[in-house]
Design a protein around this ligand. Structure first.
Ligand code: FAD
Length: 511
C-alpha cells in the first residue's frame, strides 16, 4: 500500500504551528508540512490588527526561550511588533518553506487500513500524513453575531478580529459591543477619533494597572551582549505572569484571603480612575478576580470619564437599520458598530461539526465533546484519535503565556513520534486508562480552585465549558508540565507495529 504524503502534517501556522515545525526540524523529523488556510503565517497576530492591539503580558514573557528578542520596544509590545517577531522566527528557522498557504483542512479522517490520516481540503483534494498535529489556537474564528437584526444595519460593521484599516471612524458615532480583553485595548484608541462612543457591556472585566514603558536602549544593548541576562528576565517575568494568572486561581482554596485582598486593592484603584460612582459600580465586576481572564490598561477605565462616552448595561434587544436598541426600548443611533464579541470556544463541539475529526472505530470528536466531559492525556492526545495530537487540548493551557505551552506540547509530541519511529510503529494511541487517570488528576487539582469556589457564577467566562467543567487550564506549574513532557511513561501510549518498515531517522530530543 502507498505511504502517506508526509510523516507529519501540522494544521495552522500561528505560533503553535511554527513552534511545532521548529521542534520537528530540530528532532530530525524532516518530512513535515504545515497546512495554513490563510495566505500568511502569524495566526492571531496576522488577523487581529484593530487599533491598540498588543500583548497583555510583558513581551519578555511572550517569546520562545530559544528565540529571544532583545529589542522589544516596550514592556507590552504592540501587535505589529509581535507579528514581526513571529515572521522573523519563522524565517530564521526556515519554517516558511514548509507551509502550504491557502490550504484549509475541512475534515480529518483516520484511515485504519492505511494507518494514516486523510486531511480533506476545503478547496478539494486531500493531504495524507502518518501523524497530525492540530495547531489551531483558541481564538481563531469570531463568534457569530447572535444579536437579532445584525444584518439590517445600514452603517459600517467591524469585528476586532477582522479589522478593516480602510474604515476611518473619525467623526462617527460608534457602538462597541463587548468589554473583553480586545475592547479594553480598542476603546481608548478609537475614542480619540470617534465623535461619540456607546460601549455595550454584558459582563464587566477586571482591569489592572499596566506597568508599561519603552525599553531603554541601554537595556536592549545589554540583552544583545548578555543573552543570559535577558533569559533571567524572561524567566522571572514568565513566572510572574504565571503567578498572577494561574497560581492565584488554582491554589485559591489555600488562601482565599489573597484574592479578596487583591480585589479590594483593585477596587480602590477603580475609585481613582472612574469619577462617577454609578458608572464605576457598573464597571466593577461582582465576581472574583480570575474567574474570567483579566486585562491591563491605564486608559480603559478613564475613558468612561469622557463626555462623549456612554456605558450601556441594559441588554441589547436588537440592532436596527440605524442603531442599537436595548431591552428598555431605547434606541441609540450610530454610524458604525464594532463587535468585540470574542471567538468561538475551542471546546465547542460545533467547531468539530463544521470541520469533523473522525478517528478509530467511529470515534467522532464533536460527538465526544457533546456527550462526554472533555478529557485528554497531558492536554495533548485523546483516546480514539491515533497518531493525532493537539497543541491545545483539554486541560492544556500551560503556565502564563502561550510560548510555554508550545514548547511543552511540542516536546511531548516529538517524543511520541520519535518513539513510534524507534519501535517501527505505524500507529500510536493514548491508552484510555492513562487519559482518564491524568484527566481525573487535573480535575482533582481544580477542586480547590477559584473556579470551583462558587464565586464565578456571574463571570460568563470562556474558562467554563458546556458541561460546566473548566478544561481550559492545566492546573500544574509550567515547570511541572515541561518536566512531564520529558518524563511521561511512553507506555501510556499503545504502539501498533507496521506491516511494512516505516521511515526511520535521527529523532532525538534536542534542547
Ligand atoms: C488579540 C489577542 C491578544 C492575545 N494576547 C495574548 C497574550 O498577551 N498572551 C498570551 O499568552 N496569549 C495571548 N493571546 C492568545 C493567542 O491566541 C495565543 O497567544 C497565540 O497567538 C495562539 O497561537 P496559535 O498558533 O495556537 O493559534 P493562532 O494564532 O490562532 O493560529 C492558528 C492558525 O490556524 C489556522 N487555521 C485555523 N483553522 C484552520 C484549518 N481548518 N485549516 C488550516 N489552517 C487553519 C489559522 O488561520 C491560524 O493561522 C491573544 C489572543 C488574541 C486574539
Amino acid at each position: 500500500m502507498a505511504g502517506p504524503d508526509h510523516e507529519v502534517a501540522v494544521i495552522g501556522a500561528g505560533l503553535s504551528g511554527i513552534g511545532m515545525a521548529i521542534a520537528l526540524r530540530r528532532a530530525g523529523i524532516d518530512d513535515h508540512v504545515v497546512l495554513e488556510r490563510a495566505d500568511d503565517l502569524g495566526g492571531t497576530w496576522r488577523d487581529n490588527t484593530y487599533p491598540g492591539v498588543g500583548v497583555d503580558v510583558p513581551a519578555q514573557a511572550y517569546q520562545f526561550s530559544f528565540a529571544p528578542n532583545p529589542r522589544w520596544s516596550r514592556v507590552f509590545a504592540p501587535g505589529s511588533e509581535v507579528m514581526a517577531y513571529v515572521e522573523r522566527v519563522a524565517d530564521e528557522y526556515r519554517v516558511r518553506d514548509r507551509v502550504r498557504f491557502g490550504c484549509e483542512v475541512a475534515e480529518r479522517v483516520w484511515d485504519e487500513d492505511a494507518a494514516f490520516w486523510r486531511l480533506r481540503l476545503a478547496a478539494g483534494g486531500e493531504v495524507t500524513a502518518r501523524f497530525v498535529v492540530s495547531a489551531i489556537g483558541p481564538f481563531v474564528d469570531p463568534r457569530p453575531v447572535e444579536i437579532p437584526g445584525a444584518d439590517d444595519f445600514a452603517g459600517v460593521v467591524l469585528h476586532t478580529a477582522r479589522w478593516d484599516g480602510a474604515q476611518d471612524l473619525a467623526g462617527l458615532r460608534v457602538a462597541v459591543v463587548g468589554t473583553g480583553a480586545s475592547a479594553v485595548q480598542l476603546v481608548p484608541e478609537i475614542v480619540r477619533r470617534a465623535a461619540h462612543l456607546d460601549v455595550y457591556q454584558r459582563t464587566p472585566i477586571w482591569v489592572a494597572p499596566k506597568p508599561d514603558f519603552t525599553t531603554p536602549r541601554a537595556l536592549m544593548r545589554l540583552f544583545e551582549r548578555a543573552p543570559r541576562a535577558q533569559d533571567a528576565v524572561r524567566r522571572a517575568t514568565t513566572r510572574g505572569v504565571e503567578w498572577m494568572l494561574v497560581d492565584g486561581v488554582v491554589h485559591h482554596g489555600r488562601a482565599p484571603g489573597v484574592n479578596r485582598a487583591i480585589t479590594r486593592l483593585l477596587s480602590a484603584w477603580y475609585r481613582t480612575q472612574v469619577r462617577d460612582p454609578a458608572v464605576r459600580r457598573r464597571l466593577t465586576p461582582d465576581y472574583g478576580l480570575g474567574c474570567k481572564r483579566p486585562s491591563v490598561s491605564n486608559t480603559y477605565l478613564r475613558t468612561f470619564n469622557r463626555r462623549n462616552v456612554a456605558l450601556v448595561t441594559d441588554p441589547i434587544d436588537r440592532i436596527t437599520a440605524t442603531g442599537v436598541r436595548t431591552a428598555d426600548g431605547r434606541e441609540r443611533p450610530v454610524d458604525a458598530i464594532v463587535l468585540a464579541t470574542g471567538f468561538r470556544l475551542a471546546s465547542d463541539p460545533e467547531n468539530f461539526r463544521r470541520t469533523p475529526v473522525r478517528g478509530r472505530a467511529g470515534f467522532d470528536l464533536a460527538t465526544a465533546y457533546t456527550e462526554n466531559r472533555l478529557e485528554s492525556y497531558e492536554g495533548v492526545s485523546i483516546p480514539g484519535l491515533p497518531n493525532h495530537f493537539m497543541m491545545f487540548g483539554p486541560y492544556g493551557w500551560v503556565g502564563g503565556t502561550w510560548h510555554q505551552l508550545v514548547e511543552t506540547t511540542s516536546a511531548h509530541i516529538v517524543r511520541v513520534v520519535a518513539e513510534a519511529r524507534r519501535r517501527g510503529a505505524a500507529s500510536v494511541e493514548v491508552r484510555p486508562e492513562a487519559s482518564a487517570r491524568w484527566t481525573e488528576a487535573m480535575r482533582d487539582r481544580l477542586a480547590g480552585s477559584l473556579w470551583a469556589s462558587g464565586g464565578c457564577a456571574t463571570a460568563r467566562s470562556y474558562y467554563f465549558d458546556h458541561h460546566g467543567d473548566t478544561p481550559y487550564l492545566r492546573p500544574t506549574s509550567a515547570a511541572q508540565a515541561y518536566r512531564a513532557s520529558a518524563a511521561f511513561p511512553l507506555d501510556d501510549y499503545a504502539f501498533a507495529p507496521a506491516d511494512e518498515p516505516l521511515p526511520t531517522g535521527p529523532a532525538e530530543r534536542t534542547p
